[in-house]
Each structure stands twice: as C-alpha cells, then as structure tokens.
Design a protein around this ligand. Structure first.
Ligand SMILES: [Zn+2]
Length: 259
C-alpha cells in the first residue's frame, strides 16, 4: 500500500480545528511502516471537474489555505491514480466532504474525494464508482456533487450500523471503492459510537466486497482508494492509544487481492 502525504500538511494553514498543530503528526506517527509518496498540487482543471470557477476564485483569495487545499486535492488524485497498481491511502488536509460545487463549510474547501473520482471518470479509466463515508458527519458536499450522477453512488453510514456498508456495497456495481475516512464516530471521540473492533469490521467489509466484486467480474483486483475525510475532532489519544487507524487501512487495503 502506498501512503500519500506531504510535509506541507503539517502546516497550520488557518485557525480551524482541522488545521490544528499536532494533528497530522499523530496520524503519521501511526503510519510509519508505509511507503510514503509526495503529491503535486492539483491543477485548476482538476478542481473545475467538481467546483465552479467562482468557488475556485473564492478559495484563491483565502491566502495560505489555497496552496494546501490544492495539495490535498492533488493527494487525492494521486491516491486514485496509484490505486490502479496498488491500494492507496491519502493522509491529507484540509478535509473535503463538506465542499459542494459552489460552496463549502466545515473546514473543507475543495472536495478531494469527489475530484479524484471525477477525474477517473473523465479520463474514462472507470465507468462507475461508489463512495463510502464513515465519518460522523454527512458529506453534504460529496452528495451534492453526485446527486444527479448515475455513475457514482454515495453512502453515508448511519449511527453504528456497520452492516449498512455491507448492504450498500453488496448491491452496487462499481469499478472502484473510494472511502471518505473520518474517525470522529469513535467511542473516544465526538460521536462516541464505534469501538475499535467496529473499525476493524469496516475495513474487513470494504476489503471483502472489493475482492468479491473483482472475482465475480474476473478482474485481478478491484481498486480501493481511501482518502481521509473530516478530521476535525479526531483526538490524538484515539490515534496514539489504539492501532485502529493503521488497522483499518491495512485491513481494507493491504492485501485486497488475496484470493
Ligand atoms: Zn466529521
């Protein structure tokens, strides 16, 4: 598995909680064993696959945020690209799932995962995609982006219903599974719902469905890319005191072609 990360993501680019000092250090501390690849910023054309020119210009005027947001989107695009040869995880910020085509909130600016999926579609590298979002908060930006798109289905987990992910993945048709991974639903975090074992189950469900779908279609491997979602409340103790973050990544991605 390749881990996409850039030291610029350590930078405190604004005053919101997603940009807090120490947050990315905690994440990277858990992921030291993975190969790290450094992304380039997204191009403006990438951004415009999802967002309006007005929104792009608005983010441009936010100062430091713009450069790091372009880099985060570039990280998502790179993760999607790498997923064609091996599983990938983008540890990026700012998050993106509250970014709609013409507006954004919730510490998000560009919708990283939507841009990555749209790019795969626009280059005709895939025909259909599913996006699984297990962050506590509904990814309104992602849902808005694909509301009228028959080629992309968005699923947001509700409550502690892990099996909903299995049901969703079991009935869909897709060439790639993209995952918006926010960990704020954890027992120790804001959501206060999911145990560590639940995250392991989520990882297992994603991996099993990727394997099953690939096998049914005679493919060597179904692509899975995981991109960090809304991280505003993810606590350092959660990352430090458990292996769940690294576990879900390896569980979902490490050996998706084990059959
Ligand atoms: Zn969230």
């Amino acid at each position: 598995m390749k881990l996409i990360f850039h030291p610029e993501f350590y930078r405190v680019y604004t005053s919101d909680p997603a940009a807090e000092a120490g947050r990315m250090e905690a994440i990277m501390g858990e992921l030291q064993d993975f190969d790290v690849i450094t992304p380039e910023p997204a191009t403006e054309n990438d951004i415009l696959l999802v967002h309006t020119n007005t929104h792009l210009e608005w983010v441009k005027n936010l100062g430091d945020v713009f450069d790091v947001a372009m880099l985060a989107a570039g990280g998502a695009v790179l993760a999607a690209d790498i997923s064609f040869t091996e599983p990938s995880f983008a540890a990026i910020r700012p998050p993106g799932h509250h970014a709609s085509p013409d507006s954004s909130w919730g510490f998000c600016y560009f919708n990283n995962i939507a841009i990555a999926v749209k790019k795969l579609l626009s280059e005709r590298r895939i025909r259909r995609a599913v996006i699984v979002d297990f962050d506590l908060h509904f990814g309104d930006g992602t849902a808005n982006t694909f509301r009228n798109d028959r080629d992309v289905s968005y699923f947001h987990m509700s409550g502690g219903e892990i099996n909903g992910i299995a049901e969703f993945l079991g009935k869909g048709e897709y060439d790639v599974i993209a995952v918006s991974a926010g960990f704020d639903r954890a027992k120790e975090d804001w959501g206060g719902i999911l145990e560590m074992s639940d995250y392991r189950d989520i990882g297992r469900i994603i991996r099993e469905n990727a394997e099953k779908t690939a096998m049914e279609r005679g493919l060597p491997c179904l692509r899975v890319g995981i991109i960090t979602g809304c991280l505003e409340r993810m606590s350092e103790p959660f990352l430090r005191d458990s292996d769940s973050f690294a576990y879900i990544i390896s569980s979902a991605l490490h050996e998706p072609c084990s059959f």
